[in-house]
Structure formats: structure tokens, C-alpha cells
Design a protein around this ligand. Structure first.
Ligand SMILES: [Zn+2]
Length: 177
């Protein structure tokens, strides 16, 4: 009888098959053998199973009904905002651009700054780049937030009412056809 003893590497490669296809071990009994013999692979499979079970239970939270409106308002505000000054633009360029082609030059400049001015100059620059002012919500966004809270409160109230009067007006509300 020729049974190739499966090793751990093979087994780990086929863990998704073993996890998702219940009939897989029937077609490939060598994995069943290996799992029976190897505690490490058995644990790995069990852990994967429990993770998947957890993911099945998980429900994505419902997004706020005002999400789109609020996003559009913010975008419109950003477009309508006055253009940033030179310093602001330079700062966001260094903060957010990948700036691949600039990196060697920047590294040289920083090394130079460190050589000449010691750590203090760099520390000041670094501090300035990291202390961005917080973005304040506009009146519109605040209004939308309040409306959102109101809707949530109303939903909770309705739920409470539904729970306390389970079928108060059944019968009466059913249309006759
Ligand atoms: Zn193994």
C-alpha cells in the first residue's frame, strides 16, 4: 500500500480546502491521517473553524442615514474653502505625498540640517509638521448630527413602544380583500 505521509507544509497549504469542503478528506485521506497524527495542524484547523464561525455571527453595523449627505456637505466645504497658503501647501506636500523622487534629497537636507544646527532645528520642524489644527465641524454638519441623534432616539422609542404593545391594533389595521 502506497500512502505518502503528508507533511505539515502540505497540510497547511490545503487548510482552506479542509475548512470549506467537508468532503475533502474523503477524496484525500492522507490529510485525514495527518490531522489525526499531528496536533499542531489539528489546532490550526480548529482555530480557523472558530474564526469562521465568529465571522458568520458578525453583522456589519448599519450606517447613519445621513452619511451621504454629511459627506457631500464636507466635500462641498472643502471645495469652497479658500486656497491654502504656500507654507500650508508645502507642509501637506511633505506630510502626505509619497515623494519617492524627493526622498534622497530630503534625506540629504535633513542630514545637513542635523550636522549644522544639531537636533534642535529638526525637532522644531518636526513639531510644526505634527501640530495640525483640529478641523472644526460647520453649522450644517452639526445640524445633521443633531438630526441623526434625534432619528436614533426616535427609533429607540419606537422599539420600546413596539415591545410594550405587541399587537394593540392588529385586526383593525388588516385590510379586507
Ligand atoms: Zn502537521
Amino acid at each position: 500500500m502506497e500512502t505518502v505521509m503528508t507533511n505539515c507544509k502540505d497540510c497547511r497549504t490545503h487548510l482552506p480546502d479542509l475548512l470549506l469542503d467537508d468532503a475533502y478528506t474523503t477524496a484525500h485521506p492522507e490529510f485525514k491521517e495527518h490531522l489525526a497524527a499531528c496536533a499542531a495542524c489539528r489546532t490550526e484547523l480548529a482555530e480557523l473553524r472558530s474564526t469562521f464561525a465568529l465571522l458568520d455571527e458578525w453583522k456589519a453595523p448599519e450606517i447613519s442615514p445621513y452619511f451621504d449627505v454629511r459627506l457631500k456637505v464636507r466635500l462641498r466645504e472643502a471645495v469652497a474653502a479658500p486656497p491654502e497658503g504656500l507654507w500650508e501647501r508645502t507642509r501637506s506636500f511633505f506630510l502626505f505625498s509619497t515623494g519617492r523622487q524627493l526622498r534622497p534629497a530630503l534625506a540629504c537636507a535633513l542630514a545637513f540640517v542635523l550636522l549644522i544646527g544639531g537636533g534642535g532645528t529638526f525637532a522644531n520642524f518636526y513639531h510644526a509638521a505634527n501640530s495640525m489644527p483640529p478641523v472644526a465641524d460647520s453649522a450644517t454638519v452639526n445640524d445633521l448630527k443633531i438630526m441623526d441623534n434625534n432619528v436614533q432616539a426616535e427609533q429607540q422609542l419606537n422599539q420600546l413602544l413596539d415591545d410594550s404593545t405587541p399587537s394593540a391594533n392588529d385586526g383593525a389595521a388588516v385590510p379586507t380583500t
